[in-house]
Design a protein around this ligand. Structure first.
Ligand SMILES: [Zn+2]
Length: 479
């Protein structure tokens, strides 16, 4: 059936059920009388409620049966349940038998999330964790680069979390578990536990300018998303659940000063505690509203601590750097690439000498960048190719020099950073190839790879054209 026809049919059901409000024999569910609610529906999910007396139940079911006959839309009895409380057992059994329904118990799942008036337990949140693990398993994730995995964490996994985080205050243990799974996945390609995280999750959640990767802090986001619900209550948005909260709990009270309604469900009580997260500063909550809508992004930025900016931000945030190279550059700047000295700290023993130059010198970050003759030759060759005449210094000096010499507005200065990121990446890849796959390629082949990459990226950047047209030869690297 087309969605439009379906909506028309549902409208007929809606009107039919409304006629019950005029029927003096029909009794509303006690919590629904004030707003005269008999049913709630979303797509093909339908909840109907009334007082648990025989007359009301039969009147309501008669309306539904009539709707079924005229529309041909039947309820799937396998998926339908009756929730009934506060009546004698015999009455309950008789009604269940007559309606041919099974007895449901709370909490039940609605649109994929558990519905309950009590605190959401860790046990109830496990389906979310399982779904995330399942998704990681289903990807051929081990073959993705760090940047690819990061993208998946940011998009797909985060979307799965936010669906829940917009509804519940997620238990801290679950947040820790989910963050742990994402962390393991980023560093190893699997959800299984690893003790080796080169960079802490907290750092990853910082902005790029503060040295992080802009991964969303799930706990903070969760609180902000619930604040949006609090704001909706404050703004008295014309939605059924908000009218219901005003009618039953707030009455005429002022949200700034009223106490948390004790008789309300756990979730509603948590919405009221959201005031404390903002130190009861209600105008601050109002300030996140843009064109009548609460902006989760604004509130999230407001709630994020102001971390100091890193001095190398200009280098890492340069446009035109390939994501996988940006990731390796970002790790290198923080000296977190798994060089032999770092591996030794983790108790992993490998051949300690440098595989690039073959000298009997321990492979450390400083050797790779740029004490090693191989790396020095590649980087100085690329510098010369870009018409920079300078001697290659040690890593810290190079990063410092680049940070002050790269810039997004000047194509030549952008290219300098792009080439540097490529050099750092290729040196690392070359080292891995030699170490783990015993492959050998000369410095000049690496340099050619970089030149090709820069020209290919440059085809999409018209600003680079004038400078790239002068860079029409291969660099001169001595190996
Ligand atoms: Zn070396």
């Amino acid at each position: 059936m087309s969605p439009y026809l379906f909506v028309l049919a549902k409208e007929y059901l809606n009107r039919s059920l409304k006629t019950l409000t005029q029927n003096l024999n029909f009794n509303f569910h006690s919590k629904c009388a004030k707003l005269q609610v008999i049913h709630i529906c979303f797509a093909d999910d339908l909840l109907m409620c009334c007082r648990a007396d025989e007359v009301s139940i039969k009147l309501m079911m008669r309306v539904f049966d009539h709707f079924s006959k005229v529309s041909g839309l039947q309820a799937n009895l396998e998926k339908s349940s009756l929730y009934i409380a506060g009546v004698p057992m015999e009455f309950k059994d008789r009604i269940l038998a007559e309606l041919q329904l099974s007895a449901g118990s709370i909490p039940f799942k609605y649109l994929g999330v558990p519905l309950s008036s009590r605190k959401i337990t860790i046990h109830r949140c496990m389906p979310l964790v399982e779904k995330i693990v399942e998704r990681i398993r289903s990807w051929t994730s081990k073959f993705l680069s760090y940047a690819g995995r990061l993208q998946l964490i940011k998009s797909v996994l985060f979307e799965m979390q936010t669906y829940w985080a917009q509804i519940f205050l997620i238990p801290k243990k679950i947040i820790k578990l989910v963050n742990g799974i994402c962390k393991n996945y980023l560093w190893t390609g699997s959800h299984e536990n690893t003790h080796r995280a080169p960079i802490t999750w907290e750092t990853l959640c910082k902005s790029k300018a503060a040295g992080g990767l802009n991964i969303i802090n799930y706990e903070r986001w969760n609180k902000v998303a619930l604040t949006k619900l609090l704001w909706a209550i404050m703004a008295k948005k014309d939605k059924l659940w908000i009218r219901w909260i005003h009618c039953h709990y707030m009455k005429q009270n002022d949200i700034n000063t009223m106490e948390v309604p004790k008789q309300a469900s756990w979730l509603v009580r948590k919405l009221f505690t959201a005031r404390e997260w903002w130190a009861n500063d209600i105008p601050a909550i109002e300030s996140f509203v843009q064109n009548g809508r609460f902006s989760i992004q604004n509130a999230y930025l407001h709630a994020t601590p102001r971390y100091p900016k890193v001095h190398w931000k200009a280098l890492v945030m340069l446009t035109g750097i390939l994501p996988k190279q940006q990731f390796i550059l970002w790790m290198a700047i923080q000296r977190r690439l798994a060089t032999v000295d770092r591996l030794a700290n983790w108790g992993i023993q490998v051949t300690h000498s440098c595989v690039l130059c073959g000298c009997d010198i321990e492979e450390t970050h400083d050797h790779l960048y740029f004490e090693c003759p191989y790396s020095q030759s590649l980087w100085s060759g690329m510098l010369e190719w870009l018409s920079y005449r300078r001697k290659v210094e040690n890593w810290e000096d190079e990063v410092q020099w680049l940070t002050t010499n790269v810039n997004n507005r000047n194509p030549r200065k952008t290219l300098l950073g792009v080439v540097f990121a490529a050099v750092v990446y290729h040196i690392w890849m070359k080292r891995n190839e030699r170490r783990f796959q015993n492959q050998r390629r000369e410095v000049k082949d690496r340099a050619k790879d970089i030149v090709m990459q820069v020209h290919i990226t440059g085809q999409k950047k018209c600003k680079w054209t004038p400078i790239l047209s002068t860079l029409n030869s291969y660099p001169n690297c001595n190996s």
